[in-house]
Design a protein around this ligand. Structure first.
Ligand SMILES: [Zn+2]
Length: 106
């Protein structure tokens, strides 16, 4: 019975984690929809590093939503290039690490 209890607990915790992720994703999508409505089509920005797209301050991966390759290509060609906050942070951290390695030893 201990094993059943343990397994049931583990699976219930996984289900809660999955539901939490889905809830978070739904909130992100709602915010993105609002942001999309507030901008003009020419104001879409695509991250040059990770391909996510911004409407206002919200960045999402648009490709699961677009699906069709023709739309993907049109988005790639027509959206302005930018850098999302995650990639900016990653690039800056990598750049600072590189700079630190080049500094002469005291
Ligand atoms: Zn990015």
């Amino acid at each position: 019975m201990d094993e059943v209890h343990r397994e049931l607990l583990r699976r219930a915790q996984e289900a809660v984690a999955e539901a939490t992720r889905a809830h978070r994703r739904a909130a992100e999508l709602r915010a993105f929809v609002s942001a999309l409505r507030a901008i003009r089509p020419g104001e879409l920005v695509r991250c040059a590093w990770c391909d996510r797209v911004a409407a206002g301050e919200y960045w999402i991966d648009p490709y699961p939503l677009l699906g069709a390759n023709a739309l993907r290509e049109r988005l790639r060609k027509s959206a302005s290039h930018g850098v999302c906050p995650d990639c900016f942070e990653r690039v800056m951290t990598a750049s600072e690490r590189q700079r630190a390695q080049r500094l002469p030893l005291p």
